[in-house]
Design a protein around this ligand. Structure first.
Ligand code: MG
Length: 239
C-alpha cells in the first residue's frame, strides 16, 4: 500500500523547472518522485487511433493529437530525447520505486462529451489493469468526465478543476475534491470552510508565488499544485 509523503506538494506537470526538463516528461515525473512530492500532475490527451498520451496541449510539435496516429506523433521526440509518453508508459514509470507520490492524472476534455467519456473509460481500465488505483487521483475540467470516472469506480479519488461548482455540488455527485485556481478561493472563501466541513479535499493551482503559498498553507489546504515544488517543500520544512 502507498504511504504518501506527508506534505501538500503537487508538482505541476512533474518537477521540470529546476532541471530544465520537458513538462509532462517521464523524467519530470521521476524527479517529482525523487523529491518525495505527495503528488505529480500530468495531462492526458488521446490520439486519432485512441492511444492515451501525456501532453498538455492538444497539439504536439505542430500536429493535432486527436487527428494524428500515435506512430506519426512519436516520430518526434521530446527535447530531452524521450519518446512522447503513452499513459501506459507514464503510469508504469510512476509505479517504479514509488510509494510516496500520487499520480495526479488530468483527463483533458475532448471536442465532444462522448469522446471525453471514452477517454475516462480507457484511463480507468488502464489504471485498473496496472494496479495503480490506490496511487491515482483523477482531475479534470470536464464535470462529465469525472462523473463517468465515479460511475465506473466510486472509490476513485476525483477533483474538479473549473471553479463553477460549490463543494456541496461536488459532494452531491461523488466528486472528492475542489482543485481550483487559487484566486477562485479568494473570491469564494466560504468554499474553504464548507469543503472542510463536508470532507471535500482542497487543492489549488498553479501556485508559484511564495506569498500565495503562505496563504494556502494558513488556510489548511490539503494540496497545493505548483511549478516550484522545491520552493514549497523548503517552505514547509522551515515552518
Ligand atoms: Mg494539468
Amino acid at each position: 500500500m502507498p504511504e504518501f509523503a506527508k506534505n501538500i506538494v503537487v508538482a505541476h506537470r512533474g518537477a521540470w523547472k529546476t532541471q530544465g526538463l520537458p513538462e509532462n516528461s517521464i523524467a519530470a515525473l521521476k524527479h517529482a518522485i525523487a523529491l518525495k512530492c505527495t503528488g505529480s500532475e500530468f495531462d492526458v490527451q488521446m490520439t486519432a487511433d485512441d492511444i492515451l498520451v501525456v501532453n498538455h496541449d492538444p497539439e504536439y510539435q505542430g500536429m493535432s493529437i486527436p487527428e494524428t496516429s500515435y506512430a506519426d506523433l512519436a516520430v518526434h521526440k521530446l527535447s530531452n530525447g524521450e519518446t512522447l509518453p503513452t499513459l501506459r508508459e507514464y503510469i508504469r514509470a510512476g509505479l517504479e520505486n514509488n510509494t510516496t507520490t500520487r499520480l495526479v492524472c488530468e483527463i483533458k476534455p475532448s471536442k465532444t462529451v462522448e469522446r471525453g467519456e471514452f477517454m475516462a473509460e480507457k484511463a480507468v481500465a488502464l489504471v485498473k489493469e496496472l494496479h495503480a488505483e490506490d496511487m491515482t487521483v483523477y482531475i479534470s475540467f470536464g464535470f462529465e468526465i469525472l462523473r463517468k470516472i465515479e460511475e465506473l469506480n466510486p472509490k476513485a479519488h476525483t477533483q474538479y478543476l473549473e471553479a463553477n461548482k460549490s463543494p456541496e455540488q461536488l459532494k452531491a455527485v461523488g466528486i472528492d475534491g475542489a482543485d481550483y485556481h487559487f484566486k477562485a478561493f479568494k473570491k469564494h472563501p466560504e468554499w474553504i470552510e464548507s469543503a472542510k466541513k463536508i470532507g471535500i479535499a482542497l487543492n489549488a493551482w498553479t501556485v508559484n508565488d511564495p506569498a500565495d503559498m503562505d496563504w494556502l498553507l494558513e488556510e489548511g489546504f490539503d494540496y497545493i499544485t505548483t511549478n516550484e515544488p522545491e520552493v514549497l517543500l523548503e517552505k514547509i520544512k522551515s515552518k
